[in-house]
Design a protein around this ligand. Structure first.
Ligand code: ATP
Ligand code: MG
Length: 405
């Protein structure tokens, strides 16, 4: 197969490959960018593989950076943007079911393609548009099939993360996993235990952000992979319930992914904390997901009061609405936006008084009481009980202090 016109993202990189070829080596675009080109999908980054060793790349190009030289990766800076090239390699060892013990640089493209996970990811593309397909990846792209390169059993034993990658691609591309490959995942699912949670998490997030999350999720459940993910071992029924909703999935970011998971598992407050700690997400994610879950519950119970809208803020409301949509609890976006825009203030910073004014002009003492008063004023302004006007706020503050004190 020859691709006559490569997508524009390849153009500026073509001279880099030409220069490597002119020096007597081979160079190809490889991996996801080739797959996505043939599928006509959006390409987000390009990977280049070459027969030249890192030291040879460094003699061909003046400006390079050793970004991962022990794995054979060098970044070439000569052509404006940085391009990472990786020397053809084979991997061996894998005694721990994850990273190889040993990486060996080789001159043969075939050896490099053989170590790749799936046939659709083992295509190579020359700078002139010629596609190299040693494992019928093109046929599988046509059939929309995810098939391991070589013996699935062996390949998942080498690197157990590949099983999560399979179910993620099933969703991301809306492909079917080939039967022997699926059987290989079932057989080896327990090896996922050996993989760092962070790496499993990335694949799981990509699964739920793919084109067909229910398809990927179904494979994730049927193969038993879920049993080896944090806090999901007993959640098969709850997760299966997600497969039958007919409302469509349009999750847009990882906060929404985790918001959905928590809602589906019935978690809120500290339980969200404990769950996400196990998945090793950032503290920032935990904080935002908690807010999303609270907001989704407000959608669910039709309790989107001014206070709830204000507490959430627009970004959280938008994320929550996206999650709510999976259950049919959403609000039309423009309606939600109108309700939000109608709030008298969006933050306590918009109050017509600040702490300094309250101290100076209302005689409130600095300290915890001041914070409480600001909170109460905010609440009353948000709910329309109090006009956001300095004099009103000051006299209300004095009243509140007397009540409290
Ligand atoms: P994406 O579009 O999500 O980036 P991708 O196919 O480019 O998909 P990457 O994780 O960027 O995925 O990996 C690039 C390529 O490296 C893959 O296409 C595949 O050929 C190879 N690869 C990545 N991870 C593995 C793995 N665990 N085992 C074997 N090959 C892998
Ligand atoms: Mg990629």
């Amino acid at each position: 197969m020859i691709i006559k016109k490569l997508p524009p993202i390849f153009e500026p990189a073509r001279p880099v490959l030409q220069k490597i070829e002119d020096a007597g080596f081979e160079a190809y675009f490889v991996g996801g960018c080739v797959r996505d080109t043939i599928l006509g999908d959006q390409i987000h980054d390009i990977d280049i593989a070459t027969s030249a060793y890192p030291s040879e790349i460094k003699t061909i190009f003046k400006r390079t950076v050793d970004t991962g030289i022990e794995h054979g990766t060098v970044m070439i800076l000569d052509h404006g943007t940085g391009y990472e090239t990786t020397t053809f390699r084979t991997e061996s060892g894998y005694q721990d079911y994850r990273r190889p013990d040993k990486v060996t640089f080789v001159r043969s493209l075939a050896e490099d393609l053989k170590r790749r996970d799936f046939t659709i990811n083992a295509l190579a593309l020359r700078e002139n548009g010629e596609v190299v397909d040693l494992f019928d990846g093109l046929g599988d792209l046509k059939k929309r099939l995810i098939r391991a390169v070589g013996d699935p059993n062996e390949r998942f034993n080498e690197d157990a993360l590949r099983m999560m990658r399979a179910v993620r691609f099933a969703s991301k591309l809306d492909f079917v996993i080939d039967a022997p490959t699926l059987a290989g995942i079932k057989h080896n699912a327990h090896l996922l235990d050996k993989i760092a949670v962070e790496r499993t998490r990335v694949e799981f997030e990509k699964l739920l952000l793919g084109q067909n999350p229910p398809a990927g999720l179904k494979d994730f459940l049927e193969t038993g992979l879920y049993k080896y993910c944090p806090e999901l071992a007993n959640a098969k029924d709850q997760l299966s319930a997600l497969l039958v909703n007919g409302n469509g999935w349009h999750l847009q970011n990882t906060n929404q992914v985790w918001g959905l998971m928590c809602v589906q598992l019935g978690l809120d407050g500290n339980a969200v904390n404990a769950f996400l700690k196990k998945w090793k997400t950032s503290n920032d994610t935990i904080k935002q997901v908690k807010e999303i879950v609270t907001a989704v519950n407000a959608f669910r119970h039709h309790e989107l009061t001014a206070t709830a809208l204000f507490a959430a803020g627009w970004d959280v409301l938008n994320d929550a609405n996206q999650v709510a949509a999976i259950y049919g609890w959403q609000e039309p976006t423009d309606q939600l936006k109108t309700s939000y825009d109608r709030l008298p203030i969006k933050s306590s910073k918009e109050l017509a008084v600040d702490g300094r004014m309250l101290i100076k002009q209302a005689g409130i003492k600095p300290g915890p009481m001041l914070g409480k008063i600001i909170q109460q004023l905010t609440q009353e302004v948000v709910t329309g009980q109090l006009e956001n006007q300095a004099d009103r706020l000051l006299s209300r503050a004095i009243e509140l202090e007397q009540e409290e004190g």
